[in-house]
Structure formats: structure tokens, C-alpha cells
Design a protein around this ligand. Sequence first.
Ligand SMILES: [Zn+2]
Length: 413
Amino acid sequence: MTIQADRESHVHDATSGIAMTDSNGKALVCTACGSSRLQQVVEVPNLPAFCNVLLNSVEDARAVTRGDIRLVYCEECAFLFNSAFDDSLLAYSPDYSNSLSCSPSFGSFLQEMSVRLVEKHNLNEKTVLELGCGDGDFLTRLSTLGNNRGFGFDPSYYGPEEVDAGKGVSFKTSYYSSDDAVNPDLVCSRHVLEHVAEPMDFVRLLAEAARGNEADLYIEVPDGKYMIEKPAIWDLIYEHPGYFTDRSLVSIIEKAGLRVTEARPTFLDQFLYVDASAADRPGGSFLDQTTGLDTLDELVSGFRDVFDRTVKRWSDEVVSMAVAGKRVVAWGAGSKGVTFLNLVQGGKIEHIVDINPAKHGRYVPGTGQSVVSPESLVEYQPDLVLLMNGAYESEVTSSLRSLGVNAKVTVVD
Ligand SMILES: [Zn+2]
């Protein structure tokens, strides 16, 4: 099949057959594989650049830096990326928090994944390196479980430099570089790759960190296939220039010279992980065990069709509840909640609930809702709770009922 014929069979919008360009007029290529076989998916202008940074006042919240999303799909490797992304709008600092560790469901997911990795790679008295360790929870679990030595790097880490878990865990608030060689047996990176503008460079850095010791690797990202298949349109955020399908994740990891041994969705299919190895052993490509391009092309077309309809449906719902004098709150002041409020006329919603006390009394970037505790709903008594993530439905419903709040709970994902 020629490239042109292939294009015609997949491309459904006005951009078909036209080479795409970036904002400077340069020919656009896939940031994961370099291909120019791209199609535009959706455009969302003017979103808060950071949706995981809450603000200290309504005024600050409404004045945040904003950026555009122009989501593009690569027909070659099935990667989705924001071609309007400008990483100068983002500077990660200790204000940044996308940890979900407060949630019991999420905590048990992290624990089960840590147990799986310790067993699979026989991680006992070994060294674990994590790039982008966030609050250090995962690395601490891995170190504790196998009495391992941990090294974590993350500019947004806040906390002690040394934690007494396993054989000790050291944290640095800098980016990892090859000068930081720690000779790891396992190299981990969870929810980092989707944040970097040049993902190939980052995967090469992981590969380099793993190569000396022929280490194993664990790489976890949000599942881009879940986003387009569900579809989970609130997962589209400026902080994520990239969205990996299983196919594009395996493809970029293999391009860096690593061998993929497993690729699976996890955490109710919302995340995707790959186990890989830097060991030079024979074995074919894992690509034929991932989702086929035809299937992914169809999902992308479906996502494009449903995006505007879904935004309009929830905007109408929020407005009609307000007109009827009903109180609506959103639940989950993470990225999905912030995107939802910014896309759907969220001005009709006064509050967003979160179980993390550190978020209470702060404000949602862009739209300025205050973040409140579940307990505050006892007095507010909402009619409707819009839950951003169905994974927490039973947890949230039972916590509301035990507080004596009888609001209807509706999942918006
Ligand atoms: Zn590509």
C-alpha cells in the first residue's frame, strides 16, 4: 500500500493529504517517531497550562497562564501529541502535585504493582532508580518490600532527602542525568513520559540509565487508547503533550534499543505499563502483540466525533441544573476535574471536593472554584455530585452516605 493510498483510507477531516505545519510554519513531524503522516484530531484553545497547580485566590486562579491544545495523531506509530505545546509555559516545582496517594484505591494499586515488580524481577537487596518519583511513595514501597536501595529524582519532590525504608531511599529535587549513575537493577518511570515534549530523548535517557547493569525497566503512563476508546475527553490536558497507545509506547521503547517483555493496561484500564529490559537477549518485536493500526485509526475518528458533542452535553446539563436552582459540585480536584470545569461552563459550579486536605481552601486554575472537603458538603447539601473518575464511585458514594449527604452521584467519564 502506498503512503498516499494509506492516508486516504484513514484521514477523515479537512487536513487530509496536506502536510501539517507547526505555529512557525515548519513541517510538523511526530515527536515520537519522526513521521510526517499525521492527522489533526481536536483543537482546544486557552486551557490552563497547569491543571495540577491550585491557586491561593480566585483572582490568581483566573489569571493563570494558558495554552492551546492541537491534538495530532501519527498514522505511523499511533502516538497522539499536542502540536501547539510550548514547554516554556510549564515549570515544575514543589507546588506541583499530581499524587493520588491519598486515595485508598490508588494506594492498593501502587502496592500491588510494587509486589508484582519485586516478585517478577527478584528485587531483593537490589538498587532501584526512579525518574520522576513524585512524592516518593512508589519508590519507598519498592525499597521496603525487597529491602532495596532507592534513588529518586524529581524537581517537584518535597520531603526529606533520605528516607529510612529498606536499605535507604535518597531523593534529589533535580532532573536525573547520566552523571548521576547509580547502577540500578530496575529503572522506573511512572507518569513522566507523557509530560515531556521530546519523548524519544527521555526514553533514550532511561535506556542509558539501564544499560550498564542490563537493568529491567518499568514504564507507566496514562493509557492513550483508553482516552480515545472510552472516550475520556477530560483526560486531555495541556501538561500532557503526549498520549501513548500501547502500540506507540512499545514502538518508542523498542526504538531506543530496549526489549519489551510485557505491555498491559492497568488501574481499571486507565494506565498502561511496559516491562522492558536493557539486556541484550534475542527476541522479536513486541509490536505485533499490541493494538493494530486499523483499530487505533478508527478509535481516533470516533474520539474526534464525540469530543464536541460531549462538551456540549455536560455544559447543557450544568446550565440546566443551575437554572432549576440545583446545587452541583464536582468531585476530584485533579486534572480531570480541572479540565471538566474549564470546558463545560464550570462557572455554574461553586465548589469542587477533594479528599486531600492540602488542596482545601485553594482554587481551580482557569475557572476559580474553591476546593472543599467532603465534610463541608454536610452543610452545603448538593443535589448532584459530578464524579470525575468512575474508579472511585463506590468509595465516594459510601463516604457521602456516611456523612448524611444524599446527593445523586453521576460519573462524568
Ligand atoms: Zn509517530
